[in-house]
Design a protein around this ligand. Structure first.
Ligand code: PGA
Length: 251
């Protein structure tokens, strides 16, 4: 299983900056270490210009989509529209969607199933809040999110079409990266769940870590058991920093 090194730009970058970055990322992707792949989750407005400049070696993804093919959903974007812009991937369940936009597991579950059935690969983000962790609820929260968010996903989903990003909410954008032991514990919970939920394929699905990943800590994180890549927000905004993350630990 290859590592997936993913950038999440969130609500940053206008067209000119996006085009320049995408060109640089495409160059980097020409000489990737054989054990890894790169994905870029860009804002909707930058997707087309990214698709035009990335080339085939970088996967492009939307940061969100609405679970319907088309219709009267003002302000929303369908999976088909993402595919049409050159995307192969989409994020679902990011903690900012959950906390700022009120998305719950039932809605995220519809989104995951609909995006997959439309032909997108889904990177589902889950993670506990600090107060939940402090109450000893890590496993309960992760399993609740996984079971709700994946409830309508067919058992036969391909292992390449679904990946999970473990992003503890207290580590996102805070500079406070989870300790190795915390990451190992959470990823083991997620792996065990995936193996129960998808008996044939759960052991082959990628589990990424996200939350204050930086060039300085990426090598240590991707060396951990059951860590199959990283999802990077703030440190992905500069191509130099993200390039160092993409190549981290590659002697
Ligand atoms: P961060 O964000 O790297 O800025 O902590 C990660 C994410 O939200 O995916």
């Amino acid at each position: 299983m290859k590592l997936l090194m993913a950038a999440n730009w969130k609500m940053f970058k206008k067209l000119d900056e996006a085009a320049l970055y995408a060109k640089e990322l495409a160059k980097l992707a020409q000489n990737l270490p054989p054990d890894r792949e790169v994905a870029l989750f860009a804002p909707f407005t930058a997707l087309r210009v990214c698709a035009d400049n990335l080339g085939a070696s970088v996967a492009l993804g939307g940061q969100n989509c609405y679970p319907a093919a088309q219709g009267a959903f003002t302000g929303e974007i369908s999976p088909d529209m993402l595919l049409d812009c050159g995307c192969s991937h989409v994020l679902a369940g990011h903690s900012e969607r959950r906390s700022i936009f009120g998305e719950d597991d039932a809605f995220i579950g519809k989104k995951c199933a609909f995006a997959l059935s439309s032909g997108l690969k889904v990177l589902l983000c889950i993670g506990e809040r600090l107060e939940e962790r402090d109450k000893g609820l890590l496993k309960t929260v992760l399993e609740r999110q996984l079971s709700g968010d994946l409830s309508a996903v067919p058992d036969t989903v391909s292992d390449g079409d679904l990946a999970i990003a473990y992003e503890p909410v207290w580590a996102i954008g805070t500079g406070r990266v989870a300790k190795a032991a915390d990451i190992l514990e959470a990823h083991a919970v997620i792996r065990a769940f995936l193996e129960r939920r998808f008996p044939a394929l759960g052991k082959k699905m990628r589990i990424l870590y996200g939350g204050s990943v930086k060039p300085e800590n990426a090598a240590e994180i991707i060396a951990l058991d059951n860590v199959n890549g990283v999802l990077v927000g703030g440190a992905s905004l500069q191509i130099d920093g993200f390039s160092r993350i993409v190549l981290a630990g590659n002697a």
